[in-house]
Design a protein around this ligand. Sequence first.
Ligand SMILES: C[S@@+](CC[C@H](N)C(=O)[O-])C[C@H]1O[C@@H](n2cnc3c(N)ncnc32)[C@H](O)[C@@H]1O
Length: 177
Amino acid sequence: MSERTPAHIARLVPHLGLTGTERILELGAAPGVAVAEIGPMLTGDGHITALDRSATGVRRIRERNEDLIDAGRLTVVEQDLTTLSGDPGSRFDLIFASNVNVFWTHPAKANVDALAALLAPGGRLLLFYGYGPDDGAGSGRDTGALVAATLRNSAALTAVTVDGGSATLQVSARKKT
Ligand SMILES: C[S@@+](CC[C@H](N)C(=O)[O-])C[C@H]1O[C@@H](n2cnc3c(N)ncnc32)[C@H](O)[C@@H]1O
């Protein structure tokens, strides 16, 4: 696809701090633009799993990233993240999401313990919010504080931090080792 990468996706990718060899899970990944940015960076065992609950969204992820699927670098999953279980066979180095609101709208449903169980020890969970400096993200509420409180409820996570200093709000945590 030749559409330009939206600014909020272009902005968040450097914040992922990738070496390219990570096993990555993106939550709410439709329409697959972040996947398309990350895919060419993958090397060695690097792999990305793109999950979205929307059938249309999943189709768009697949259409946009056929080359990555063919190369064995991308797995696309149609699932609601609130139904994930901590499959011990899966160990991601990084789980991230952009503009997925369940972490502050329905903290109990957000299933953070299951997400933590999917992370390798020391693995990172990064949640991004906002589309740009003028989108008013968080106006009338402190999204960062709400999301951080959700993550702090998981005993498996540590080092929960909120960075609201740039156009994109970033809430980070790490799986305990
Ligand atoms: C506002 S869009 C953001 C899309 C993209 N991540 C971005 O930042 O441009 C939210 C996406 O997350 C998906 N989503 C929302 N809640 C979800 C959930 N509970 N489980 C899986 N996907 C979800 C939606 O289907 C949609 O594709």
